[in-house]
Write a protein that binds this ligand. Structure first.
Ligand code: CO
Length: 152
């Protein structure tokens, strides 16, 4: 496993629509392991492939550092409720902002082996899923900030 460099805002890869993952091979697993290691090393709760310069539809999420979600070609199939919370992004260091997200999301995604999993997640996990899946369409949380609350 290896740490990857995290791409910062301003790089075009963060603003593009990412490509579906089609090859579920050993290299995909290595990339996901690197993303997980990079996320933990940066004290993040989520990381999307474009944030390490890879325009593919996959991301990792771990709120508690124990349960690790790897979402390949994720699709939000249903949402319920609303919540508002302060978000940041490893690609936009030093900034935070208030964003509205669903309270609960139902997501279908493949794992590194191509197996389809179905998730129903709420609260912070739902926020992280939505934030990371947005990255796969070139959307950053700053596009959705309600009240800009910058913290240096
Ligand atoms: Co982010």
């Amino acid at each position: 496993m290896a740490l990857r460099d995290i791409v910062k805002e301003g790089e075009p890869v963060l603003r593009q629509k990412c490509f579906e993952v089609t090859l579920f091979n050993e290299r995909l697993g290595v990339t996901l392991d690197d993303m997980i290691e990079t996320m933990f090393a940066a004290d993040g709760v989520g990381l999307a492939a474009p944030q390490v310069g890879i325009p593919k539809r996959m991301c990792v999420v771990s709120i508690d550092g124990k349960t690790i979600y790897e979402l390949v070609n994720p699709v939000i199939v249903k949402t319920a409720g609303k919540q508002r919370g302060i978000e940041g992004c490893l690609s936009i260091p030093g900034e935070h902002g208030l964003v509205e997200r669903p309270q609960t999301v139902w997501v279908e995604a493949k794992d590194r082996f191509g197996k389809l999993n179905k998730y129903k997640v709420s609260d912070l996990t739902a926020v992280a899923f939505c934030h990371e899946i947005d990255h796969l369409d070139g959307v950053l949380y700053i596009d959705k900030v309600i009240n800009n609350d910058k913290k240096e």
